[in-house]
Design a protein around this ligand. Structure first.
Ligand code: SF4
Length: 698
């Protein structure tokens, strides 16, 4: 089978430049740099760069600091400003051709043109160009959209750099009818138009075409569509593993082309794999190369006798076939990759991009010499005794996808480490790169997900699509199940009188709702403290962790009443031994009513000074003689701890005080031999007269 590679295929200048800039950035920042989105649209190359310290960040927020690399397809001015404001060192890998399109769009908009961009409105390059016009440019992707445009005075047409040349011409012709004045700027990239032209020419010469490149690469998709239009059978693949031997039945000439972001080594591998199909039997081509053997479990090797290569092997050699999973030992680490002894006549090679799974961190999991590893056989060229080409990445990814598929099927909970945040949620290392939407993180909405980075989460698998390399996880599902179980346990075991830990979830005017392990109980405001509480916020805050006593359980209505003050000492139990009738003590006026004043003797212990006991004279309103917060002497008239009542008197306390002062004066007079009248007059009589006066006035 003859294999012809298109004259222009693989990395374009813009992509080469972007990779050089990113690698330079990584060499200047040993801690690693982050690209804002994929540097180029090829996951294999993105994974290879990650091994060199060029990491992918989905958003600026997830760039931890240091340096940021702008991707080849450019970014918006707003993002650039944000990166500058954060003080990040910027490495701008925007392709100069994309930059030109951005500048043109901005200046034409300023000059009063309605800019129309022909391209994919969802593509990052197009969104970036539109952002350079403050969102004023319109995007059309086909004829129909162009026909729907309103007429305009001055129109300027630009195109996405990688758009199909025929489509650009076709759509421009429609726009021409809409504008009184039309300016057409050629922003389509030469590399793209050349690659499309060469692919079209090659397709005319071969039986079948293979287009290599990321499915998320607009450039490769357009190349594939040009090739499809040629009418020849054509396949768009991302790497050699997607090739199927049966495609090549009866094919004598195959054409190969590759998108601008496809590395050379992928194209080489595809070509080698196609060459290996040359010796494949018709039966193997129809069965994808897997003729009869049952699948080989991890770590097992194939019985040598069953292999067709038997005649090339000595007794201690095993047979290998592409796609087979085998276990081997790493014998050396070289610049070309790992050399692995899998029991074959020569050591196999695992190339650098095939060592670690794509898109997940490798730190702490580096493969070392002596390690036993699983590998998938990619290619075996027995005739010239070359090294078998192996992939540990594929073996690890296959195992991870199988684990995820099993977990989905069996409803198992998996544990995975969060590696970064994105705009919509978390990126999680589940052996392969998995996604946890923000709505599936925690039980309630979490605004800032950054504290999750570096932590392990337990999750259920919601969706797995191995082919699309998509895995969606949910922590919420696990937490909700646990909460449900906890709820059932609480309702089965809770008893009145239990003391339980709880978390304050919500405060209301009438109390606080406390989560006691999956069930909310009400802690009424009256049960918060022995002192009077007007609002729960005086005692609690949302999020507080407290112990509460279960006061009442109503299983039928699913209600639980809780108490907090019951766990605090009740001042009334001590009151009888501490306070006695006739004692004069100090207290603080805490409340005034129409019938008197409440005076707090200590926290939780209030007594009433009836209005008649406030002063020796008549008092119409308590405010006339006392105020809230004032500290006053009071005499205890009576105390009843059972009814939680204490009667107090300020009048009596003052009277006692006066009597005491008088007695002291008398005693002093006696000791000094002078009469009371001589020294100070009849103090006692005067005081008595004053009291009587006031009573008389009343
Ligand atoms: S395809 Fe063209 S525009 Fe796009 S990165 Fe390459 S050189 Fe630049």
């Amino acid at each position: 089978m003859e294999i012809i590679i298109a004259q222009k295929a693989g990395f374009c200048e813009g992509v080469k430049r972007a990779i050089e800039i990113a690698q330079k950035a990584a060499s200047e920042h040993p801690e690693g740099v982050h690209t804002l989105g994929e540097l180029i649209h090829n996951r294999h190359e993105v994974a290879r760069l990650a091994e060199k310290g060029v990491h992918l960040s989905e958003s600026l927020a997830s760039v931890p600091g240091g340096a940021v690399v702008f991707p080849s397809h450019g970014i918006s001015p707003a993002l650039r400003a944000q990166a500058q404001a954060r003080g990040l060192q910027i490495y701008d890998a925007t392709c100069p051709k994309v930059k030109r399109a951005q500048r043109l769009a901005a200046s034409l908009t300023s000059a009063g043109y309605q800019v129309v961009i022909i391209g994919d409105p969802a593509h990052a390059e197009v969104r970036g160009i539109v952002a350079h016009t403050d969102g004023r440019a319109v995007v059309v992707s086909n004829r129909a959209e162009a026909e729907a445009l309103p007429p305009a005075e001055k129109v300027a047409v630009l195109s996405q750099t990688t758009h199909r040349a025929e489509d650009v011409n076709d759509i421009t012709a429609v726009i021409r009818q809409k504008a009184r004045q039309l300016r057409v700027e050629k922003t389509m990239c030469d590399w793209t138009s050349d690659a499309q032209r060469y692919a079209r020419e090659l397709a005319a010469q071969v039986d079948m075409m293979v287009v290599i490149g990321g499915r998320n690469s607009a450039n490769t998709r357009n190349l594939a569509s040009v090739v499809h239009d040629s009418g020849k059978p054509a396949y768009h693949i991302e790497d050699a593993d997607e090739l199927r031997p049966e495609w090549f039945l009866g094919v004598r000439r195959v054409g190969v082309t590759a998108g601008a972001s496809t590395p050379e080594w992928i194209t080489e591998e595809v070509v080698r794999r196609m060459q290996s199909f040359d010796g494949t039997t018709e039966e193997e081509k129809y069965t994808g190369g897997d003729t009869s053997e049952p699948s080989v479990p991890a770590g097992a090797t194939e019985p040598a006798a069953a292999e067709p290569e038997e005649e090339h092997m000595t007794e201690d050699m095993i047979g290998l076939r592409p796609g087979q999973l085998v276990t081997g030992r790493v014998v050396a680490k070289t610049d070309d990759g790992l050399l692995v002894d899998v029991g074959y006549k020569t050591e196999g090679l695992v190339r650098p991009h095939d060592i670690y799974p794509a898109g997940v961190p490798t730190a702490g999991r580096e493969v070392e010499v002596g390690d036993e590893i699983d590998v998938v056989v990619l290619r075996i060229d027995d005739k010239d005794e070359g090294r078998p080409l192996l992939s540990r990445r594929r073996a690890e990814e296959d195992k991870a996808w199988s684990r995820l598929e099993e977990a989905l099927q069996n409803g198992e909970v998996i544990t995975a480490r969060v590696t970064e945040t994105t705009k919509g949620g978390l990126i999680v290392d589940a052996g392969v790169r998995a996604f946890m939407p923000a709505s599936q993180v925690g039980l309630e909405f979490i605004r800032d997900l950054s504290p999750y980075v570096g932590t392990e989460v337990r999750a259920r698998v919601l969706e797995v699509d191995r082919k699309a390399r998509k895995a969606i996880l949910s922590e919420k599902a696990v937490l909700e199940e646990e909460r449900q179980k906890a709820r059932e346990k609480i309702w089965n075991t809770i008893q009145e009188g239990d003391v339980l830990p709880g978390k304050v979830k919500r405060l209301t005017d009438f109390g606080a709702f406390v989560d006691i392990g999956g069930v909310d109980g009400l802690l009424h405001v009256s049960e918060l403290s022995w002192t009077r509480v007007r609002h729960p916020s005086e005692v609690l805050h949302e999020g507080d962790t407290i112990n509460v006593k279960v006061l009442k359980v109503d299983r039928e209505r699913q209600r639980i009443s809780l108490g907090l003050k019951q766990l605090l000492p009740d001042p009334w139990t001590q009151a009888a031994s501490k306070y006695h009738e006739g004692d004069i003590v100090e207290g603080k006026v805490v409340r005034l009513t129409g019938f008197g004043a409440f005076v707090e003797l200590e926290e939780g212990l209030d007594g009433l000074v009836h209005i008649s006991q406030l002063a020796p004279h008549r008092v119409a309103h308590p405010e006339e003689v006392v105020s809230v917060g004032q500290v006053v002497p009071v005499k205890i008239l009576s105390i009843n701890p059972e009814q939680k009542r204490i009667s107090l008197s300020i009048r009596e306390a003052e009277h006692e005080k006066n009597r005491h002062e008088a007695a002291e004066v008398t005693s002093q007079q006696k000791s000094e031999g002078v009469t009371l009248g001589d020294m100070v007059g009849d103090v006692l009589d005067r005081l008595q007269a004053r009291d009587e006066d006031k009573s008389g006035q009343d």
